[in-house]
Design a protein. Structure first.
Length: 120
């Protein structure tokens, strides 16, 4: 599958198959911001339709880690592994780094990666 850099609604570049994938991702992010029900289901549907969407895999890992349960770590690690196997831009690699650190319970490293994302 071909990947291209597409800008999201915030002007950030995402590595995705097409603009439809990015539009769906933007909708999931908006749902998260507004605490709408069913976000996990919509994220799962996005990943099913666009399985090579690197940041969607990272977001699923973040979603799992936010549950605060150690049982979520293996699932989050699996999504991280899928993300790491895909083409990604430097900002997306930083998100992978943040997720990797979160899974390892290295919270300072997670914060540092997120800070670097904000700086850039």
């Amino acid at each position: 599958m071909t990947h291209c850099d597409i800008r999201d609604i915030r002007g950030l570049t995402l590595t995705a198959a097409n603009s439809a994938a990015v539009e769906r991702f933007d909708a999931v992010i908006e749902d998260l911001y507004y605490y709408r029900l069913g976000v996990g289901d919509r994220l799962d549907a996005l990943l099913q339709e666009f399985p090579a969407f690197v940041l969607a895999h990272v977001l699923k890992g973040y979603f799992l880690m936010s549950e605060g349960s150690v049982e979520s770590h293996p699932k989050a690690r699996a999504y991280l592994a899928q993300a790491e196997a895909l083409p990604a831009n430097p900002r997306e690699r930083l998100h992978q780094e943040a997720l990797r650190a979160w899974i390892a319970q290295e919270l300072s490293a997670r914060a540092a990666a997120w800070e670097q994302i904000l700086v850039e």
